[in-house]
Design a protein around this ligand. Structure first.
Ligand code: CA
Length: 230
């Protein structure tokens, strides 16, 4: 038996995905849904405007190149609604990125992108807007991502910032084999220095603090995987 999220006090975040390419739209929707976000997909600007008229959204992932109304034109419609926007732009177009930011987008991401990067950016933007606040319960741990506090069986655990970031990375990617390099880049925010033992050392300490000696499993030649028993 492995872990399951208990969504106690979980605040549902509504995200509108505006992207005309179905495979990309699906990939984003599935990845976000897996993180607990509620998603709506619009496949052109007009459909997006329609959804925006009828529903409340906490964040919009907006492709620039769209049929009917493009992403930039749609910004005129979105701005008064004060919903944070992350643009999806083509790799070649620096001008598009600058234009998107000038039009009031919170951030942009360049295609092709790694889903994990999009998730990280969404997380940052939601936190900036104080919308990502939520309580997570996993195994015997309770995590308040707003106050960054962690409890085990009701007892608060004191973690360093690095340990907390590590914990959240695993909690958000349960049962997924995580490469040492990926873990390092996600938590330290820089390229993995070859042969670094930083990840292993911090995971050792995190395991002890949260009592996850048997849950945070080392995977030979890869990295780690979280397997929380319930
Ligand atoms: Ca497009």
């Amino acid at each position: 038996m492995y872990y399951d999220f208990v969504l106690g006090g979980f605040v549902l975040i509504n995200i509108l995905i505006v992207e005309d390419e179905a495979p990309i739209s699906n990939l984003i929707r599935l990845s976000l849904a897996k993180e607990g976000y509620r998603c709506t997909c619009a496949f052109d600007g007009l459909e997006a405007a329609d959804y925006l008229e009828k529903n409340q959204y906490d964040l919009i992932v907006l492709d620039v190149m769209l049929p009917e109304i493009d992403g930039f034109e749609l910004m005129d419609y979105i701005r008064p609604l004060e919903i944070p926007v992350i643009f999806l732009t083509a790799k070649s177009s620096v001008q598009d990125r600058v234009k998107g930011l000038k039009l009031g987008a919170e951030d942009y991401i360049v295609k092709p992108f790694e889903v994990i990067e999009l998730l990280a950016r969404i997380d940052v933007v939601l936190r900036r807007y104080k919308k990502g606040d939520m309580m997570l319960e996993i195994g015997d741990l309770k995590i308040d991502t707003a106050s960054m506090q962690v409890w085990r069986d009701g007892q608060e655990i004191s973690l360093t910032k690095t340990e907390y970031d590590l914990l959240l990375l695993f909690v958000r990617n349960p049962r997924r084999a995580m490469y040492r390099e990926t873990i390092y880049e996600q938590v330290w925010g820089e390229e993995y220095p070859f042969g670094s033992k930083a990840v292993d050392l911090h995971i050792q300490r995190l395991r002890k603090k949260v009592g996850w000696e048997n849950c945070l499993r080392a995977i030979n030649k890869v990295g780690y995987r979280l397997e929380v028993e319930t």
